[in-house]
Design a protein around this ligand. Structure first.
Ligand code: SF4
Length: 99
């Protein structure tokens, strides 16, 4: 897994994460193990929380920019983020690198 944290990324995360719907929830909800059976239900549960989150867009931008390969971020699964990364048309990086 390639993680490319920069100091500015951490600062940006600190700002929007204060408003995150998951801020006080156990993080394991968003990091299911596997892709079948119970993991699929866990992914759906995490996405349901994300859908109510006021900073879902910022979260997705952060996940794409910092190559978060695991877990649910901004209403997306690992596979969905890989698809976004491969598609310049869908990537939030196309519009702006600012969160
Ligand atoms: S979009 Fe989901 S994972 Fe991201 S901060 Fe909001 S609740 Fe947490």
């Amino acid at each position: 897994m390639a993680l490319h944290y920069r100091e500015t990324d951490l600062f940006e995360k600190k700002n929007w994460y204060d408003l995150a719907a998951c801020k006080n929830l156990p993080t394991d909800i968003f990091f299911p193990i596997g892709r079948t059976g119970p993991a699929l239900r866990q992914i759906q549960r995490a996405k349901a929380i994300c859908q109510e989150c006021p900073v879902a867009r910022e979260c997705l931008n952060y996940a794409i920019r910092t190559n978060q390969e695991s877990g649910v971020w901004g209403c997306t699964s690992e596979e969905e983020r890989r698809h976004i990364r491969r598609s310049p048309r869908l990537s939030p990086l196309k519009d702006s690198r600012a969160v």
